[in-house]
Each structure stands twice: as C-alpha cells, then as structure tokens.
Design a protein around this ligand. Sequence first.
Ligand SMILES: Cc1cc2nc3c(=O)[nH]c(=O)nc-3n(C[C@H](O)[C@H](O)[C@H](O)COP(=O)(O)OP(=O)(O)OC[C@H]3O[C@@H](n4cnc5c(N)ncnc54)[C@H](O)[C@@H]3O)c2cc1C
Ligand SMILES: *[C@@H]1O[C@H](CO)[C@@H](O)[C@H](O)[C@H]1NC(C)=O
Ligand SMILES: *[C@@H]1O[C@H](CO)[C@@H](O)[C@H](O)[C@H]1NC(C)=O
Ligand SMILES: *[C@@H]1O[C@H](CO)[C@@H](O)[C@H](O)[C@H]1NC(C)=O
Ligand SMILES: *[C@@H]1O[C@H](CO)[C@@H](O)[C@H](O)[C@H]1NC(C)=O
Ligand SMILES: *[C@@H]1O[C@H](CO)[C@@H](O)[C@H](O)[C@H]1NC(C)=O
Ligand SMILES: *[C@@H]1O[C@H](CO)[C@@H](O)[C@H](O)[C@H]1NC(C)=O
Ligand SMILES: *[C@@H]1O[C@H](CO)[C@@H](O)[C@H](O)[C@H]1NC(C)=O
Ligand SMILES: *[C@@H]1O[C@H](CO)[C@@H](O)[C@H](O)[C@H]1NC(C)=O
Ligand SMILES: *[C@@H]1O[C@H](CO)[C@@H](O)[C@H](O)[C@H]1NC(C)=O
Ligand SMILES: *[C@@H]1O[C@H](CO)[C@@H](O)[C@H](O)[C@H]1NC(C)=O
Length: 633
Amino acid sequence: MERLAIRFYSLSILFWSISPILAASIPHGVHIKRQISELAPQYDYIIAGGGTSGLTVADRLTAAFPRRSVLVVEYGNLSNSTALLTPAATVLNPQFAFNILSEPQPHLSNRSFTVTVGKVVGGCSAINAQMFDRGSAADYDAWGDVAGQEYREAGWTWDGLLPYFRKSTTFTPPSAADVEKYGYTYDVEAAYGGDGPIHAIYPPFQWPSEKIMREAWKDLGVPSPIEGAGGDATGVFWIPSSQDPKTQTRSYARTGHYDAVANRSNYHLLVGHKVTELVLTRNGNGRRIEAQGVKIQAVSGNSSAIEVRSDQEVILAAGAIHTPGILQRSGIGPSNVLTAAGIEVKVELPGVGQNFQDHAISSMFYNLTTDVSPNPMQMFMNATLMQEARRQYEQNKTGPLTLSGGNSGAFIPLSTLTNNSQSIISALSAQSPSAYFPNGTHSTIIEGYQSQLDMLKNLLSSKEAATFEYPISPGGAIPVLLKPLSRGSVNINSKIPAGEPLINYRTFSNPLDLTMFIEGAKIMRRLYSTRSAKTLGSVEMFPGDAVITDSEWRVWLEKSVSPSFYHPVGTAALMPKSLGGVVDPELRVHGVESLRVVDASVMPLIPGTHTSSTVYAVAEKAAEVIIRDGGRD
Ligand SMILES: Cc1cc2nc3c(=O)[nH]c(=O)nc-3n(C[C@H](O)[C@H](O)[C@H](O)COP(=O)(O)OP(=O)(O)OC[C@H]3O[C@@H](n4cnc5c(N)ncnc54)[C@H](O)[C@@H]3O)c2cc1C
Ligand SMILES: *[C@@H]1O[C@H](CO)[C@@H](O)[C@H](O)[C@H]1NC(C)=O
Ligand SMILES: *[C@@H]1O[C@H](CO)[C@@H](O)[C@H](O)[C@H]1NC(C)=O
Ligand SMILES: *[C@@H]1O[C@H](CO)[C@@H](O)[C@H](O)[C@H]1NC(C)=O
Ligand SMILES: *[C@@H]1O[C@H](CO)[C@@H](O)[C@H](O)[C@H]1NC(C)=O
Ligand SMILES: *[C@@H]1O[C@H](CO)[C@@H](O)[C@H](O)[C@H]1NC(C)=O
Ligand SMILES: *[C@@H]1O[C@H](CO)[C@@H](O)[C@H](O)[C@H]1NC(C)=O
Ligand SMILES: *[C@@H]1O[C@H](CO)[C@@H](O)[C@H](O)[C@H]1NC(C)=O
Ligand SMILES: *[C@@H]1O[C@H](CO)[C@@H](O)[C@H](O)[C@H]1NC(C)=O
Ligand SMILES: *[C@@H]1O[C@H](CO)[C@@H](O)[C@H](O)[C@H]1NC(C)=O
Ligand SMILES: *[C@@H]1O[C@H](CO)[C@@H](O)[C@H](O)[C@H]1NC(C)=O
C-alpha cells in the first residue's frame, strides 16, 4: 500500500526533499494554549479535534456568540512548516499524521495497511491532496433516503447541503489565458457563489499529458460536463484545488478558519492534548445522560487526565478513526465491544464504530513511454528542471509546484463500465444482508445495511451516480471504488482501550465489491488502448499480460488492492438508532444530551468524491444547527 500511495502521489513525495521556499509568516493565535494549566476552569463549548470540521465549527460559534467561550482540543501541534503549504510537497508527510496499522484484511490476502489521518492543527485538510470536488446529487439524496423522512426533512439531501457547499467556499475563476491553455471549464452559478474562507481554484499549470488522458476518456464515449460540483458528478470533468489564488498555497481549515480569527477572546485552542473520554452525568433520576465536559490528557509525558467542564455542549470532531473511541471509552457504544474492554455500558448504541467505509483503490500502473514534454518523470530525473520549477514557484507562483493531487478525473457509472451491470444488481437483490457481517452483529446494524443496499441498487443502476473514479494525476489513472458494499468497523482495542483503535476495513467482505472491481480494472485496458492514450506510448506494467481472465483478475486484485483512498467515513452515522445510526438529524448522539458529532463519521453512505468539501459542508450545517439551538448570546 505504501508503494501504491507513493505511485499515486509520486509527484508530491519526490518534492519532500525540497527545502523550505516560503517565508514562514503565518499569523499566530494569541489564545493558543500548550498546558492544561493555562485553560479556563470551564467553557461553553468544547470541541474534540482541531481538524477540518472542528475548526470550521469553532470559527462559526465564536463569531455567532462573542460572549460564549469555545475550547478546541487538538492532538497535534500548530505547525508553521512550509511543507504543509506548498501544493506539490504536502501529502502523506508522516510527521503530521497518525500512522496506525490496520487489522489484517482476510479478503486482501491477510495484509495489514497503514491508516493515515492528519495529526496537526487542520487535521486531514492539512495533509490531503487538495482535490476539492463533490459527489452527485443522487449520492447525497441517498443519505436522506437511507435514514428516512425525518432526516430528509432536516436537509440531509443534495438540495439541503448545496447552500452549505456554497457557503463554505470562495471560488476564484482561472485567468482567461489558463482557460485557453488548459481548457478549464466551470459554472459558478451552478456550484459556487459563496464567500467562505476555504478557497477553490484551478492552478496555473497542468502537464500536457493531462489533456491527452481526458481525450482518451472522451474516445471511450464518456461525456465531459463543464462543472462537476453542481450535482452532476459523472463523466470526465475538472476538479478544483483547495488552494489560495494569491499565494498558490494550500487553503485549509487552519488558514481559513483559525489564523484569521484566532485573536477572538472567546476562542482557545489547546494543542498537543487529546480528549480521552467524556464527562457524563445522569439527570432526572438517572434517566437522562448528559455530556458535561471532557477528560483531557497531554499527548507526551505522563500526566494524568484532567476534567474540563462545558456549560453548553461537547462537540466531537476527531475524525472517523478517532471519534468512535471517545464515545466507546465513555460507555457509549456496542455493548459487546464495551464489555470486552471492561467498560460500563452507559448508553447502549450499537452503531458506534460500525458502518465504516472508505474507497478501495487498485495499483494498476502504465508507463507512458512517449509522454509529451514537459512531463513529471523528466523533471524528477533532472536537477536543472527541478531547480527551474522551484524558481518559477518562488518568483511567479506558477509551474509544476502549484499542482497537488491533480485537477481532473473520470467518474463512471457501473452501466458504462460493463454490459453486466444488471446481473450485478440482480445478484445484489438476492443477497441476505446478514451474511456480510461478523456473527453477533446487532440486528439494527443489519437493518440499516438493508436500507443502504436498497439505495445502492438505485445508485448502481443510475447513470447519474458514479461507481468508479479514475483520478487523472501525474501518477497516471487508477481505479477507485466509489460505491463499496462492504462495511468495516473501528472499535477500541479491548486489551488497550486507551490506545489506537482496531481498524477493520473488511474490504471485499461483500464479494460483489470484487466483482465490480474486476470491471473497474478492465476498463483501464480499453482506456489505454484508445487513440489518444496510444500517443503516450502507454505500456501496462501492473498487472501486465499474466492477468487476462476474471479469475486471474480476482487473484491479482486480492493481492494488490489497497482498502483506503484516505476517505474514512461512517462510524457515527446520521441514521435512526433502529437502523444502526449514531446521530439524529441535528447531529446529537442518540440517548445523550449536549453531545454532537460533526466530522466525517456522520456520513451514512460514502459519497462518490474525495471527502473534504463534504466535511466542510456538513460542518457548516452543523454550526448553523448548534447556533440555532443555542439561542441568543
Ligand atoms: C493523505 C490524505 C489525502 C487526502 N486527499 C484528499 C483530497 O485530495 N481531497 C479531499 O477532498 N479529501 C482528501 N482527503 C480526505 C479529507 O481530507 C478528510 O475526509 C477530511 O479532512 C476529514 O475531516 P474531519 O474533520 O472528519 O477529520 P480531521 O480533519 O482528520 O480532523 C480530526 C482532528 O482530530 C484530532 N484528534 C484525533 N483524535 C483526537 C483526540 N482524541 N483528541 C483531540 N484531537 C484528536 C486529529 O489530530 C485531527 O486534527 C485526504 C485525506 C488524507 C489523510
Ligand atoms: C509560527 O510562526 C509565528 C509567526 O511567524 C511564530 O510567532 C510562532 O511562534 C510560530 N509557531 C511555531 C509553532 O513555530
Ligand atoms: C509537538 O511538538 C513537540 C515539540 O516539537 C513534539 O515533541 C511532539 O511530538 C509534537 N506532537 C505531535 C502530536 O506531533
Ligand atoms: C488469512 O488468515 C486466516 C486466519 O489466520 C487463515 O485461515 C486464512 O487462510 C488466511 N488467508 C489467506 C489468503 O492467507
Ligand atoms: C483580530 O484581528 C483582526 C485583524 O487584524 C481585527 O480586525 C480584529 O478586530 C481583531 N479582533 C480582536 C477580537 O482583537
Ligand atoms: C513516565 O513515568 C515513568 C515511570 O513512572 C518514568 O520512568 C518516565 O521517565 C516518565 N516519563 C516522562 C516523559 O515523564
Ligand atoms: C518507462 O519507459 C521508459 C522508456 O521506455 C523507460 O526508460 C523507463 O525505465 C520505464 N519506466 C518504468 C517504471 O518501467
Ligand atoms: C536537463 O534539462 C535541461 C533543460 O531542459 C537540459 O538542457 C539538460 O540536457 C537535461 N539534462 C539531462 C541529463 O537530461
Ligand atoms: C517570472 O515571470 C517573468 C515575467 O513573465 C519572467 O520574465 C520570468 O522568467 C519568470 N521567472 C521564472 C523563474 O520563470
Ligand atoms: C457491450 O455490448 C456492446 C454491444 O454488443 C459492445 O459493443 C460493447 O463493447 C460492450 N461493452 C463492454 C464494456 O463489454
Ligand atoms: C457464524 O454463524 C454461522 C451460522 O450460525 C456459522 O455457520 C458460522 O460458523 C459462524 N461463524 C463464526 C466465525 O463463528
């Protein structure tokens, strides 16, 4: 998996060696704390996790309630490193990430995988590949349809979320010259129009092979909508970068939602500390459970956990990998998991840590032996060209270093991949949902899964929702499964409840995922045989000639697929408790007062897109709900 990630992000990885090239002149919060002793005795709101969603909500709350105090507790540090800001130098830097080893994956040859999530102020938005796209309208409508009327009416649909997508972001159109040069297309009215502090732009550079690979998809008859972020995310389209138009540096939760507002006197950020669990109290003769604060512990050293009280609410924003653990350690979760760890069950909530989803990716690789000039390989091999790229970035904020993970991709419905899509959907209809979970899985989880499968049948049949993505990046195109049927789990380790969780992707535990993946992989051969791709001299390196038949594909994919495209979601889902859900339509944890979840954990179904823009939109909506409930200052 490391090899694969490096291939996809090869451009970025190779830039690590580049020494800092930007002056570190980032505004600095006056209210940053490094010790628990510097904190106030209590806050109105406490947010666990200063990442993508946590900083978004903190910004909106401190603005709306100038007389109420907000504490954000973040595991990582505030880093001024230029490595976080230069688009081509940023992703997968282990210094800023948790690197947890997953459980061995039985359907992936028992391999274990490194789970990478951000561990720095800004969270994953500080280390991601800046691909800033959205799923199809149908992907978000499926959230409301899976969860039911109450959730639909509360706006967990495309129409309900679009205002927050718009609000979260400022889109700056590319220059006329760049539109002419690269063929950028966009539709501001359909997708943007907001003035949020996260920037979306098209960078002032693309490799020439990018245009050719887009043409290759068009050779296959794939349409190319002018805008992918307005609800139609199928076909081959342009994907903006979350990047500042003036500086051509990463635009992320810290730059957008912290630096500019860190001087607010009601905003405290504690770094280098973790929330270990919640402080829960019983009210009303023990019938109501309420969150009244958190336990906080320094990440390094031996100090014990200290309680800090919240007068209004505790808000969990530690991401889909760490939010479930905070709940489970507090006694909120599946009783079998809690009991095994010796934790008293305070609120039996079977869905906490379940419904785990991510996008699996394959490691097919094509060598473009006659790639046009300039191309990334030339530059890596040639110190002079590398030096030139640095000068362009330093002097003019242009050139290859303005590129992060890439700016386009093909998003393909199942029926475009294969003439067998109906037989896959029929096989899905015939499945018994309980067969794809470990024995002992709670019945509500199976109920929720059944509701999801009903919806996935529609999505897999639809021409308006993508089943595979093929990002067009400097590392070539790779298949990404956007509509996984398999469900995993993230549970505390019963032997070390305070440590990192047991992460079980359970990729391909529903065998139809592998069936779909075979089709998703095969189209690559058609793609690279098109007239356009042939001009690049494409030669298949992996898997190559030895893999032809479906059974050969099957064996190869089990050995080579990686379970994650760094999009973990779903572990505290927006669904009723009867469907294995964890939060209600207002993002309140079922059965607990004054406690919400606002991060990627709440997505009930993973959308067919990179996840950051959706996290910002959900967090913007969450902030509005919290502000509305909180009344006036
Ligand atoms: C390598 C990588 C590449 C990616 N590429 C893209 C991309 O190109 N485009 C895209 O749209 N998305 C991408 N993503 C995904 C996207 O960035 C995430 O989905 C999104 O940022 C998650 O936001 P979040 O708020 O849920 O969690 P995070 O942003 O991860 O925030 C969680 C925060 O909580 C902190 N934390 C954890 N546990 C505790 C605790 N106990 N106490 C206190 N703090 C805690 C963490 O340090 C972190 O800062 C990528 C992700 C990664 C890791
Ligand atoms: C970051 O930069 C600011 C301003 O340049 C400085 O005051 C601050 O100490 C730096 N922070 C760290 C963690 O280096
Ligand atoms: C934060 O910075 C300190 C000091 O440089 C370092 O010791 C610590 O490991 C860092 N913490 C994290 C979580 O990266
Ligand atoms: C994976 O491990 C399990 C348990 O150790 C074993 O039964 C199974 O045969 C292994 N599978 C593969 C593909 O190695
Ligand atoms: C914070 O700084 C900004 C910009 O410098 C300024 O406009 C604002 O008044 C300051 N706010 C506080 C509360 O000091
Ligand atoms: C933590 O405690 C152990 C045992 O009490 C001690 O040996 C160790 O030095 C302590 N570490 C730190 C960083 O204080
Ligand atoms: C790709 O092809 C070129 C030109 O034939 C060759 O020099 C290079 O080694 C190949 N790269 C890989 C990774 O095989
Ligand atoms: C590196 O690139 C420069 C500029 O294009 C060129 O002049 C030089 O010959 C190249 N060096 C090698 C070793 O290919
Ligand atoms: C920067 O732009 C100027 C003006 O277009 C140009 O003359 C100069 O060569 C550029 N610098 C680099 C390093 O490309
Ligand atoms: C689907 O069937 C049509 C008509 O028989 C054929 O032209 C096409 O190549 C098939 N597509 C795939 C993906 O096999
Ligand atoms: C799960 O239950 C089924 C049916 O009751 C049984 O056949 C199977 O052996 C069980 N699997 C495990 C791993 O316990």
